[in-house]
Structures are given as structure tokens and as C-alpha cells.
Design a protein around this ligand. Structure first.
Ligand code: TYD
Length: 398
């Protein structure tokens, strides 16, 4: 039985994807070594309702493939982070000598925008990436203390697509408590479990997403660490996220949106077993439908290419059993992935130009979270008669 990473109560499993490789562990062709695999399974804490992966990747096995997230590759994401920065500048970083910290650098877009407005900022990023001022460390009590001593208190500690991957969240809260000014806020945005249920986006579940937050579970987690959930905001990016704003308990009045979302989650039974069981049933259905469609199209002689060698695609290909016999290659904009094979499924990754040489009949859109942007830039594919295959919320062709 697994224990909750937040409150130590028991976690009830509701889906087991089988043994998967690490989603960033792209393979060199010709490398015949056995790939490390772990059991990818998800459950819910019976006490605090935190949805989480059941298994830990053992120390030393965690794989950082050197594929840093380049938000500036996506115009939508770049605009999103610039907008985020402008929001903080208007609402939180208004005093003299304001200071903002980001956990992980996400390509540096947010802090660059903050810096351009003349506001002091610093990223905690162990790899040193990011472009601006970087403290080369994970964000925890000790590293926050060092920065507090040299820089003073921060008005905002912000993290995008990062907190859901942090094993020891207690350390993040300790760091935030050390570093934040009395009325400062800890703000983080990650995939929302409610959207995963609505969109049946089971591919958000992979090794680097340990937690799948809801307003309920974040509310409970905040209280446990002396903080309070004071605002929630829905974000359209990455297939539906929520931005959670936390302040020290009692320092701010929660917005009506917090009570609203808590009530909505309760009303729809977001984490009730019947909801989770129905999700599990849909995921099994998607696997069947997707495999049947790809097999039929292949048999009919149609060409199929994968679009986006995303981390999410590792869950799809490995859970569904999709290899190069069904999807001969996947194109991706990340140069360091080119020439490699996808983890486990071993589908070759090629540069974007391979997509049009010649255009395939069908493109399986693994990067569906960027669908609008990708479809807009690939209009020639459509004009050439190409069609997109999507598998969330169900298998369909557009
Ligand atoms: P991302 O949204 O980061 O998803 P994940 O977290 O599941 O990896 O996916 C980005 C990947 O998709 C990255 O490998 C680059 C690729 N990509 C393209 O190939 N073309 C595009 O137009 C976009 C936006 C992304």
C-alpha cells in the first residue's frame, strides 16, 4: 500500500498503466541496453484527496534528458508568460524594491519581462539555465535562506509546471515561508485534475507529474503547511491548468473563486470513486479505439506520422502499444531529440521538415495541447488533404 506524499494516509490506486520507461529517456539508435522501467500507476489519498503517482523513481534513476522546456518555441506560451509577468507587476510587485523569485526558469520568459520593467528577480534553477540571474539550486528551506540573507524578502514566489513534479513539497513551503515578505504569495500553475477528467487526458500522467492538483487537495495541503489558498484562476494553456495563489494563513481574504471552485468540485464529485472508475473505463476505451484506427489506416495503405515527441506521448505509445509499425516516425522541433528513438516505443524522431517531405495522409497529434497553434501553422498539410488524429477526449479525426 502506498502512503500519501503530503499527509501520509493511504492512497487508493485507480489506474495502472503498466511498466513504463522515463518519458525523457530518448534512446540512441543501436543502443541495445535494457531501458529502466517503473510501474506507472495513479491513486488518490483517502484523507486529503491528493491525486498522485504511486511509485517513486529511485534516486539516481531520475532522468533529466537535457530537453529543457522552451516556452519561447511556442508563441502561445511566450505570450502566456509575458501576460503572467504583467499581472504580477500590476498586482503584487508594486512596492519600492520589489523582488520576485521563480522556481525553475521555464526559459526565462516571465522573469525577463519582470526585469524589463525594472523589478529585481531571481530564478532557482539547478541547471543554471534561464538567461537572467539564476541561483543554481533546488528551491528549499536552505537555499531560500541563503537568498533571503543576500536579497531580502520576495513579494512573489512563482512556479509553472514545476510544483507537480516536486517530491518534497514540504521543502517548497518551508522555502516560501523563509523567503516571502509577510504578505507575499506563493503562486503555482500545473495541470488541473478536473481538466484531465473532462478531457480524459490520461497522457498527462507520466513520471514527471507526481501530483494532479485540485482546489480541494491544494486547499488541504496549504493548511497543513501554514498557508491558505486565496485565489484560483483557470488557464487555457497545456490542456487546462489552474493557477493557485497561496498566502500565509490569515494574511489575505480568499476570493469568491476559491469557494466557487471548491463547491464545483464537490458538486460534480470530482474525486468520487464513480468519477475515477468512469475515467479508467474511458482510458481503456481510448486505447482500443486508437489502436483499431491506426491498424485500419495502416492496412488501407495510408501514411501516418506522429506530431510532437512530447513527454505525454510516452504514456500514449507505451500504454497503447504503438511502435514504428503503426507510426513510422514522429517530428519534433527540439534539435536534441532528432535522430533518437522515443522511450520504450522506439519511434524515430525527425526534424519538423520531415513532416512535409512529403506530407503524410494522417498526423497523430501528440502535442494536442498546442493544437490551435500547430494547426494554424500547418495549413498546407490540410490543403494537401492531410488529416489530424486526436485521442482526447476520444479518438477522432479532424
Ligand atoms: P509540451 O507541450 O512541452 O508537452 P510535454 O510536456 O508532454 O513534453 O510539448 C512540447 C513538445 O512538442 C516539444 O518536444 C516540442 C514539440 N512541439 C513541436 O514539435 N512543434 C510545435 O509546434 C510545438 C508547439 C511543440
Amino acid at each position: 500500500m502506498s502512503l500519501c506524499r503530503i499527509c501520509n494516509a493511504s492512497v487508493r490506486e485507480f489506474f495502472d498503466f503498466g511498466h513504463h520507461p522515463l518519458s525523457a529517456a530518448f534512446v540512441e539508435p543501436g543502443d541495445s541496453g535494457e531501458e529502466f522501467r517503473f510501474r506507472l500507476a495513479i491513486g488518490i489519498c483517502e484523507e486529503c484527496t491528493m491525486v498522485q503517482l504511486l511509485e517513486d523513481i529511485p534516486e539516481g534513476r531520475q532522468f533529466h534528458g537535457g530537453y529543457p522546456y522552451h516556452s519561447s518555441n511556442s508563441t502561445v506560451m511566450r505570450a502566456h508568460f509575458e501576460e503572467t509577468a504583467r499581472g504580477f507587476l500590476a498586482k503584487e510587485l508594486t512596492g519600492p524594491d520589489a523582488f520576485m523569485v521563480e522556481i525553475g526558469s521555464n526559459d526565462g520568459v516571465t522573469l525577463r519581462t519582470v526585469g524589463e520593467a525594472g523589478v529585481r528577480n531571481l530564478a532557482f534553477e539547478p541547471s543554471g539555465a534561464g538567461g537572467g540571474r539564476v541561483h543554481r539550486a533546488f528551491f528549499d528551506g536552505a537555499s531560500a535562506r541563503e537568498v533571503r540573507e543576500s536579497e531580502g524578502p520576495a513579494g512573489v514566489v512563482y512556479a509553472a509546471n514545476t510544483i507537480c513534479d516536486v517530491r518534497d513539497i514540504g521543502q517548497v513551503f518551508e522555502g516560501a515561508d523563509v523567503l516571502l515578505a509577510p504578505d507575499g504569495v506563493l503562486v503555482f500553475e500545473d495541470p488541473y485534475f478536473g481538466e484531465i477528467i473532462d478531457r480524459r487526458s490520461f497522457d498527462q500522467i507520466y513520471d514527471e507529474h507526481l501530483f494532479f492538483f485540485t482546489a480541494h487537495s491544494v486547499h488541504a495541503m496549504a493548511a497543513r503547511f501554514g498557508f491558505q489558498l486565496v485565489d484560483v484562476e483557470r488557464l487555457p494553456v497545456h490542456g487546462g491548468q489552474i493557477r493557485y495563489t497561496l498566502a500565509r494563513a490569515g494574511r489575505r481574504t480568499p476570493t469568491a473563486d476559491v469557494a466557487g471552485l471548491l463547491a464545483e468540485e464537490r458538486g460534480r464529485g470530482l474525486t468520487d470513486s464513480r468519477t475515477l472508475d468512469a475515467f479508467a473505463e474511458s482510458v481503456r476505451g481510448i486505447r482500443q479505439d486508437l489502436l483499431a484506427l491506426l491498424a485500419k489506416l495502416t492496412e488501407q495503405g495510408h501514411s501516418i506520422v506522429g506530431y510532437g515527441a512530447t513527454a505525454k506521448s510516452s504514456t500514449v505509445t507505451n500504454y497503447c502499444g504503438i511502435g514504428p509499425e503503426l507510426v513510422p516516425f514522429v517530428c519534433d522541433t527540439t534539435p536534441s531529440k532528432h535522430g533518437k528513438l522515443t522511450p520504450g516505443a522506439h519511434i524515430p524522431v525527425r526534424p519538423p521538415r520531415a513532416f512535409s517531405e512529403p506530407y503524410p495522409d494522417f498526423a497523430l497529434l501528440f502535442a494536442w495541447n498546442h493544437a490551435e497553434e500547430i494547426m494554424a501553422k500547418e495549413q498546407e498539410f490540410r490543403a494537401a488533404g492531410g488529416k489530424w488524429i486526436l485521442y482526447v477526449p476520444d479518438v477522432h479525426i479532424v
